[in-house]
Design a protein around this ligand. Structure first.
Ligand code: UDX
Length: 447
């Protein structure tokens, strides 16, 4: 009989995973402790913006006309325990307040709530990003609390999905990493992932600690690449070089590669920044902190970008204060094709300028609602054109396609000054300059 799957936690990761599992043909039960989220999902609505996810969900949620009916939702752990053969834990692991370490409380409560309902053989699969050593500890906790005892196994199966590409990354993963302690975990996960495996996704089996480390080291490597190119941007600015050309040129070396070398205001989001910090904190606990001291530098290069953007804006406005100056900010999310503003460099820059007295107006294609919630004191405009009206300077801080398609001549008619700073190196400099704008970008010559 086909496996029945539960997905615990229905955020970016869980909602996508649940819909993807239904797409792969399984009966799926999604669980969240927030009833409003469950009600939305039951109506086939996604609580966040993720391209393609709502369509995928509506194809499977029971009760929606024409759906496969394979996907249902609940808030009951009892129901989840009775239903599932495989339980995916997809709750988030944010940064602890006032500390670098990762807050494991959601993971721990999910395990504690599920375990007493595991009365028959089952596989629990952790997907959340956790400090190395967590899986081994959670396996013991599970064995002690589950009525089925040793018939309940734990596997760790980190997730590498990128927001904006979550559906694609989940259905067609570039690798499937599985940390196990026994053979059954591996067998069941081969069954779960049979479709992507048949498509050729590599399946890499290892022990728990290695699987936990794969995730944090992959994110650290990506962050290092971004901060590397941003460090080069700093040097380029000092030496009158062009970081975009530099990245293009070094990227042709296959060993280096072109990806993740886009210089700008740096990385943000719900993963890279907090994962780096949690990794450093955990290495410290293990007595291996020296191995990761370089990550502190990666983090500080990244945070420096935001301050640098604020200073460039000040310079563009003549070098004085921001009081009485109108600043238009295009972009609020941490990256395009997402509505996520968690640790967003764009919103951070907007906030800093606002706090220094600038009159900041923000526009973002999808992130307005979330941005308003985090930063209610900023002004928000309904369109890019409205945002730039009367602006003394325009900041391009998230590289949405919509912004690349803006007509500099049309915008030029409504701003107070034709000055634009490109914090993402994504606009066509020649086009803006031709339309009479002073265009400046990070790490590039000013004229
Ligand atoms: C990341 C990892 O890519 C993913 O594998 C992991 O599962 C979760 O964390 P995500 O947070 O969705 O995914 O964003 P990603 O596309 O990696 O971008 C992160 C940040 O880096 C964004 O703020 C983006 O603007 C920035 N970035 C990315 C750059 O500044 N330059 C680049 O060249 C690439």
């Amino acid at each position: 009989m086909a496996l029945k799957i539960t997905v615990i936690g229905t955020g970016y990761l869980g909602a996508t995973h649940a819909a993807a599992m239904a797409e792969l043909g399984f009966e799926v039960l999604g669980l969240d402790v927030v009833p409003e989220k469950i009600e939305m999902l039951q109506r086939g609505e996604v609580p966040m913006y993720e391209p393609g996810l709502e369509e995928l969900l509506r194809r499977h949620v029971a009760g929606i006309e024409g759906s496969s009916g394979r996907l249902r939702f609940t808030t009951s752990y009892e129901e989840a325990g009775a239903f599932g053969d495989v339980h995916f834990i997809c709750v988030n692991t944010p940064q602890k307040h006032g500390e670098y370490a990762c807050d494991m409380s959601y993971v721990e409560s999910a395990f504690d709530a599920l375990a007493p309902h595991l009365t028959r053989p089952a596989l629990v699969v952790g997907k959340s990003t956790v400090p190395v050593g967590s899986a081994a500890r959670l396996a013991e906790r599970l064995a002690a609390a589950a009525p089925a005892g040793a018939a309940v196994e734990l596997a760790w199966n980190p997730e590498f999905l990128r927001e904006g590409f979550a559906v694609q990354d989940t259905l067609h993963p570039d690798r499937i990493v599985v940390g196990v302690a026994g053979e059954r975990g591996e067998e069941l996960l081969r069954e779960v992932y049979a479709t992507p495996l048949a498509e050729g996704s590599p399946f890499i089996v290892m022990d728990y600690p290695t699987s936990e480390l794969v995730k944090t080291s992959a994110n650290s490597f990506l962050a290092t690449k971004i901060s590397f190119i941003n460090a080069m941007a700093e040097v380029c600015e000092a030496a009158d070089g062009d970081v975009v050309k530099l990245a293009e040129a070094i990227g042709h070396d296959e060993r280096i590669g072109k990806k993740y070398l886009r210089a700008g205001i740096g990385f943000g989001g719900g993963c890279l920044p907090k994962d780096l910090r949690a990794f450093m904190a955990r290495a410290g606990e293990l007595g291996a902190d020296q191995a990761l001291t370089f990550l502190r530098e990666i983090d500080s290069i990244n945070m420096r970008r935001r301050g640098h953007m604020v200073e460039l804006t000040r310079e563009a406005l003549g070098g004085g204060g921001f009081l009485g100056k109108r600043v238009a900010v295009l972009g609020a999310t941490f990256k395009p094709d997402s509505d996520d503003v968690r640790d967003s460099p764009a919103l951070n820059v907007a906030g800093q300028i606002h706090l220094q007295g600038g009159q900041v107006t923000v526009y973002d294609p999808k992130g307005m609602e979330n941005a308003r919630r985090v930063f209610p004191t900023l002004s928000y405009a309904e369109t890019a054109l409205e945002a730039v009206r009367g602006a003394d300077v325009v900041l391009h801080l998230t590289e949405w396609r919509e912004f690349r398609e803006l007509d500099p001549a049309v915008l030029g008619d409504v701003v107070a000054e034709r000055r634009i700073l490109d914090g993402r190196n994504a606009l066509d400099a020649a086009l803006w300059r031709k339309a009479g704008w002073t265009y400046r970008a990070l790490g590039r010559p000013s004229a």
